[in-house]
Ligand binder design. Sequence first.
Ligand SMILES: [Zn+2]
Ligand SMILES: [Zn+2]
Length: 150
Amino acid sequence: MTQLTCPIDQSVLSESKTSGEESSKCDQCGGVWMSTYAMDSLEDNAASDDMVKGQRQYGKHEVAHCCPHCGENMVRFRYRGYNLEIESCPTDAGFWLDKSEDKKIRAVMSKRESNFRRAATAERTWHRERRGDKVGIFQRVKELLGFHSS
Ligand SMILES: [Zn+2]
Ligand SMILES: [Zn+2]
C-alpha cells in the first residue's frame, strides 16, 4: 500500500476520521485528504434530506500542490460558490481540506438547506403577488442560496 503525503508539507498522512468520515490526516499542518465518496457522505449527513446539491466547484484553477492520490497538480476552487476555497484531485478522486475546513463545509451545507426553504417561501410569495419581475426574483433566489454574481 502506498503512503499518501501532504500536498502542503509532504508529511506522511495517517488514517483518521473527519466529521465521522474516513480520511487521511497530516499531523504537521492538520490538513485532511478525503475521497470523493467520503465528501459526498459528509455533505449528505450535514444536509438532512435529499436536497439538490448542485455544482460543487466554482472558479477552478490549478495550484502547485501535488495530489496525494495521483501526484498531479491539484485544483483550487470556491466551494459551491461560497467564500471557502478548497483543493481537489484534478481527476476528482478526492479533496484536500485545510485544518477545520470540514466543519465549514458542514456549516455551509446546513445554511444552504435553510436557504432553500427560505427561497421556496419567497418564490411562493412572489407567485401570489405576480409582479412579473422574473430577473429580479431569480437574482434574489441566487443571493439567498449564497451564489456570488462573479
Ligand atoms: Zn501537512
Ligand atoms: Zn489525484
